[in-house]
Each structure stands twice: as C-alpha cells, then as structure tokens.
Design a protein around this ligand. Sequence first.
Ligand code: ADP
Ligand code: 5GP
Length: 223
Amino acid sequence: RRAYSRTSRKRRMKRADPIVLSAPSGTGKTTLAHRLIEESDNCVFSLSITTRTPRQGEQHGLDYFFVDGDRFDQMIESGDLAEWAYVHGGRYGTPKKALNDAADLGQHVVLDIDVQGALQIRDAIPDAKLIFVLPPSVDVLLERLRIRGTEESEVLGLRLRSALEELEVALDFDYIIINEHLSDCVQEIRDIIEGKETVGLNSEAIESIEVCRAGITSILERD
Ligand code: ADP
Ligand code: 5GP
C-alpha cells in the first residue's frame, strides 16, 4: 500500500528533466550553476566525484567528493556512476544517487560536466536538456581564467586545447548560450528550464563557436 501511494505521488509530480551545462574551462559554468540553484526552488546541484586534488578553498562534499583512484574504480564497478570521463588528466563522474534523489523530489538536477559526460547523460536520459555555454570572447575567457588564478600557464595551454575539442561537440547540444552578464545568462537558463526558450541553435550561435575556435587556435599557435 505504501508503495502504491508513493508511485501515485510520483505520477502526480511534474517531471523535471536534468539540465546539463558544459563549457570551456573558465567560461563560468560553475558560477552559473550555483547562481541558478540559489535563485530557483526547483533545481538541485549534482555533486560530482573526482580524483583531482582540491584547489585552495575547495571542500569535500561541497565542491566535489574528492576520492582516490581505488574508490573511483569501485564506484564504476558497482554501477554507481551515471557517467564518467577523463578531463584534464583527472577522472570525474556523476553519482546516480544525485539523479535519483532529484527525481524523487521532482527537482531538476543541474550537472556541471564536460562534453563527454554530457553526451553519456543524453544517451541514458534522452529528455535531458544539454546547454553549451560560450564566453563572450576569447579575451574574456583568458581574463576569467587569470582572475580565477587556479591555473599554471602550462595547465592553461592544456585547458585551451581541451576547449577546442569541446567546441567541436557544441553543435550536438540542444542550446548554445553566451555568458556575458551573469544574471542575463542565469535568466536564459531558467527560460530554457521553463520551456520559454524555444530557439536552440541559431546561426548567431554557430558563428560564435567559430569565432571562439579561431581565437583559441591563434593563441595556441602564437605561444
Ligand atoms: P568554469 O566552471 O566554467 O571553469 P568558473 O565558474 O570557475 O568557470 O568561472 C571562472 C571565473 O569567471 C570566476 O572567477 C568567475 O567568478 C568569473 N565569472 C563567471 N561568470 C562571469 C560573468 N558573467 N561575468 C564576469 N565574471 C564571471
Ligand atoms: P574543474 O577541475 O575545473 O572543477 O573541472 C574540470 C572539468 O570537469 C569541467 O569541464 C567540469 O565541468 C568537468 N566535470 C566536473 N564534474 C564532472 C563529472 O561528474 N563528469 C564529467 N564528465 N565532467 C565533470
């Protein structure tokens, strides 16, 4: 009887699709994801596990679950991860629990993950909304990375090279948005969640990808 009432409650609840945010490192997707969750009462953050070492100020259970390689292997073997990938030399993954907990609460789960993970989520959950975030320009991207100050110049090159690979996949996403002003961008994501934003990929978005790729390529060739 309990099981029956639980099922009917779930059926009555509006389905809340997962929202996947991907972007070149430094674009601001972590900032966007956190702002979105602060301002929305129907979104929760999916906390990932990673084998990378914490940056200064990062906390276990708040920014990531920081785990060692053995624990990561264990979680893969137990089928506990909805997706996982190697990103910038570390391993990152989304615990299935984060998705299940959100579904039980009727909340949208917001995933801040790389493009490989995003495509795995789409395979597993075809209704997931995939949003690719672009910086307003490559100069702004470099400035944001510099202000964040978490990258050595060697790692910066690595991140820009990954950005080029990520931009290759951007056209497979459902939406492309530009993170110029934070509040406008958060509002755009909220419109997508509410189904108000219907235009996914337009010619402007496609051109923005090309401009970004050209900018990054010229920096990598210069250095
Ligand atoms: P990502 O998660 O994409 O690597 P972060 O969220 O860490 O990027 O953001 C990189 C830096 O850019 C941070 O210092 C953040 O405060 C800043 N930032 C993010 N979005 C904006 C914005 N719209 N305008 C100005 N600065 C931003
Ligand atoms: P950072 O080390 O800067 O926190 O994150 C590096 C990259 O890993 C970012 O693109 C971030 O979105 C991605 N990432 C974070 N968590 C996950 C995850 O659970 N799965 C995947 N595939 N990528 C993730």
